[in-house]
Design a protein around this ligand. Structure first.
Ligand code: ATP
Ligand code: MG
Ligand code: ZN
Ligand code: MG
Length: 439
């Protein structure tokens, strides 16, 4: 990328979150992730930071403005710092050859996949109903979404195929900001916040159909919508359970701890035909869950430690740097996380380590997974000429090669912790007050 020859016409609006706006290059598999508020002076600019010409950024912000959803426009793109992240475009994987069927990329923001331990929470309901499900009631009560989603992260993180299937089905039905589908780099399925309309499932199925015609029923070209949807979900479950190499070992599930079922999930436990084997320990979901579970104290147990650190920093302002409160998020930071004493010995080191762990867990509760599905090439298939083999294959699920990446891994600021506590209280109060707590 030649920074002095940047032209806004080479870039188009791709999407945005709460914090950043993303544009993708029209030819190369690259995106620019621009902040939506003036960048803070940061001691640790990530590797991918680029400094863009301000005139380019200004033109770009004008160009994309009309494509932005209205409900995101309460924040404006940062046009003063010129700083952006230049990242590979995860919705157009490089392994894809332009002449073939475009890849499908599915973005899932899974949110928190476990229940907190009863030791640290003041309200019993928090050990029964997961944060996501409670938050749904709060969001609907506050008009952020018109309808509640019946997705429950505990089902997705269960490692049980039936529960995962069920979870993804509900993500598709009510995607909110937890589910998006891209085809050849273009978003073809997502939610509109505050909108009455459901996203167009028929149009999604229309896009998906060609990818799944090869599946169960090639002879019978009349593949039902239901079959297409089922095959699609099946492939996604497989991709999420697949390992990133290694032995793919299975870990003991959390059922033993009684923390893997959410009472608000409408999945009927009695339907489980096969017990959960837990997540393979090198799957993307397992790695995210392990990181989320660094939050061992819940915000309620963590908050007093946060206050201790805050007090310490008031007494000794110079400690801020040594304790890496604002990063840098490097090896030394990781070491602080890992060397945390098992018990609270009253030291500021313990308190800081727990606060750091909590912040890293928050990042993992807020990240997204991008699953890329690349259809296996037609030529490969045609090499098999025996009709008996062909027939056998007709009953196999469609062949895709898949990969999963994690995106949106911003560090969560130290001072966001009091806000987390207040939000937690609001969500729980709202849940107990509204119909949520009723059977
Ligand atoms: P959030 O509100 O979820 O914290 P955010 O403001 O931190 O979001 P991102 O989630 O990183 O921003 O980016 C916004 C959207 O842009 C993503 O949901 C995704 O659809 C798209 N996006 C971000 N990074 C990439 C990438 N490397 N490749 C392709 N698409 C991307
Ligand atoms: Mg995001
Ligand atoms: Zn739940
Ligand atoms: Mg983010």
């Amino acid at each position: 990328m030649e920074l002095d020859k940047m032209d806004e016409n080479d870039w188009k609006y791709h999407g945005e979150g709460n914090k950043s706006l993303v544009v993708s290059h029209v030819q190369h598999p690259r995106v620019l992730r621009l902040l939506k508020y003036p960048a803070e002076d940061s001691e640790n600019p990530p590797q991918e930071v680029v400094k863009l010409p301000l005139e380019f950024v200004r033109q770009l912000s004008i160009k994309v403005q009309h494509q932005r959803p209205a409900w995101r426009c309460d924040k404006v793109m940062d046009i003063y710092s010129g700083c952006a992240l230049c990242l590979p475009n995860l919705t157009s994987p490089a392994l894809h050859q332009p002449t073939h069927t475009p890849p499908l990329c599915i973005e899932i923001k899974p949110k928190c996949g476990f229940l907190p331990s009863p030791k640290h929470v003041s309200k019993d309901i928090k050990t029964k109903v997961c944060r996501y499900c409670m938050h749904q009631h709060y969001k609907v009560a506050n008009g952020k979404w018109k309808r509640r989603s019946f997705y429950c992260p505990l089902d997705l993180f269960s490692g049980n195929r039936q529960r995962m299937h069920f979870a993804i089905k509900h993500l598709i039905e009510e995607p909110q900001n937890n589910f998006k589908v891209f085809k050849g780099g273009q978003c073809i399925y997502s939610s509109k916040e505050g909108s009455d309309e459901s996203p167009d499932m028929n149009s999604l199925l229309h896009h998906l159909r060609p990818y799944f015609l090869h599946a169960n029923n090639r002879m019978n070209s009349h593949v039902t919508c239901k079959a297409v949807l089922n095959d699609f979900i099946q492939v996604l479950v497989n991709a999420l359970l697949s390992s990133g190499g290694g032995d793919g070992g299975v870990v003991a599930d959390r059922q033993a701890e009684g923390r893997s079922f959410c009472e608000a999930s409408i999945f009927n436990k009695e339907r489980i035909r096969h017990g959960s084997r837990g997540l393979p320990n090198d799957s993307v979901l397992f790695r995210i869950l392990q990181t989320q579970m660094l939050d061992t104290l819940d915000i309620e147990g963590l908050y007093p430690l946060y206050r201790q650190v805050e007090q310490h920093l008031q007494d000794f302002p110079k400690e801020r740097t040594r304790l890496q409160i604002e990063g840098p998020y490097n090896e030394a930071f990781l070491e602080k996380l890992q060397k945390c004493p098992a018990e609270d010995d009253g030291s500021v080191e313990y308190a800081v380590a727990k606060v750091h762990q909590y912040r890293v867990a928050m990042t993992a509760k807020d990240c997204s997974i991008m699953v890329a599905l690349v259809p296996s090439s037609e030529e490969e298939e045609d090499n098999e000429s025996l009709s008996s083999q062909r027939q056998l294959r007709d009953f196999r699920p469609p062949a895709f090669s898949y990969s999963a990446s994690i995106l949106d891994l911003d560090p969560k600021p130290f001072d966001s912790i009091p806000r987390q506590l207040r939000l937690d209280q609001k969500i729980v109060t709202c849940y107990l007050r509204t119909g949520g707590a009723l059977p």
